[in-house]
Design a protein around this ligand. Structure first.
Ligand code: SAM
Length: 252
């Protein structure tokens, strides 16, 4: 079996095309230089914001690092929504922690220090943000652990955002200034057993492979994307053999 390229049509949103500031990311230059406490480009963060707004219910974040993305989720979410954030280490920036500790957030933001591969019992989510272990096995394990806890609610779709899922131009600016370095890597590659890439990879093929499989197996459809961020809409629960089938698929 082979993975196929993304050819699905973008599903029409229930919202008009332009509804807020987050729809105007295209008028900015957006790439990895936008990254700060949130490890995302402006356009990627805008899509994440939009996805939170389009959903309802609890949210689960996998991988918060400095917790800039947790701040964004909390800011975008209606006050009655709970935010569960898992990371296997506590590495939050002070300013983010202060923001999440404010009265409006304190009771509803849960900063869990745990392995994201372990399901959280008795909780259901309306939105997942997967940005933890980016290896194929890591993303697959996260999806297997949490996908079936995701559910739509009335008019609100069940959405999942994957960071580092798509090829993009996030690092183009940096590599444009590295002609000499690229030449040097090319030269050294001639003498290496395992060649190094001349241009730094801008996405994680393992993340894309899992997303491709979710779509190919009819479990999800593309919703929105920007930079390396892909948001999919859940169409169905994972079958028991999802991991087995997905591991067998060879990239084209
Ligand atoms: C790319 S960073 C997250 C960036 C953050 N979402 C943002 O947008 O700013 C990935 C995080 O995933 C965490 N991580 C990696 N593997 C994990 C695992 N198995 N369980 C929980 N967290 C994990 C790392 O500790 C790291 O903080």
């Amino acid at each position: 079996m082979a993975t196929r390229a993304f050819i699905d049509k973008v599903e029409e949103s229930m919202h008009p095309a332009t509804e807020g500031f987050e729809d105007l990311a295209w008028i900015f230059t957006c790439d990895s230089r936008n990254r700060g406490l949130v490890r995302q480009g402006f356009d990627e963060a805008a899509v994440l914001w939009k996805a939170v707004k389009a959903t309802s219910g609890n949210m689960l974040e996998i991988g918060r690092n400095l917790a800039g993305s947790t701040v964004l989720l909390a800011a975008a979410a209606a006050p009655d929504r709970e935010i569960y954030s898992i990371d296997n280490r506590s590495h939050e920036d002070r300013a983010c922690k202060d923001y999440l500790g404010r009265a409006a957030n304190k009771g509803r933001v849960h900063l869990l220090v745990a392995d994201s591969r372990v399901p959280i019992p008795n909780l259901r989510f309306g939105f997942l943000f997967i940005d933890g272990d980016h290896t194929f096995e890591g993303v697959l394990a996260d999806v297997v652990a949490h996908w079936n806890a995701l559910q739509s609610s009335g008019q609100y779709p069940a959405l999942v955002a994957f960071h580092d899922a798509l090829p993009n131009d996030n690092f183009k600016w940096r590599d444009a200034d590295r002609r000499l370095k690229r030449l040097w890597i090319r030269l050294k590659n001639k003498f290496r057993k395992r060649q190094k890439p001349e241009v730094a990879p801008d996405y994680e093929p393992g993340v894309l492979k899992v997303c491709d499989e979710l779509i190919r197996q009819g479990l999800a459809t593309k919703w929105r994307w920007a930079g390396s961020m892909l948001v999919v809409k859940k169409l169905g629960d994972l079958p028991r053999n999802f991991s087995e089938v997905t591991r067998k698929v060879q990239p084209t």
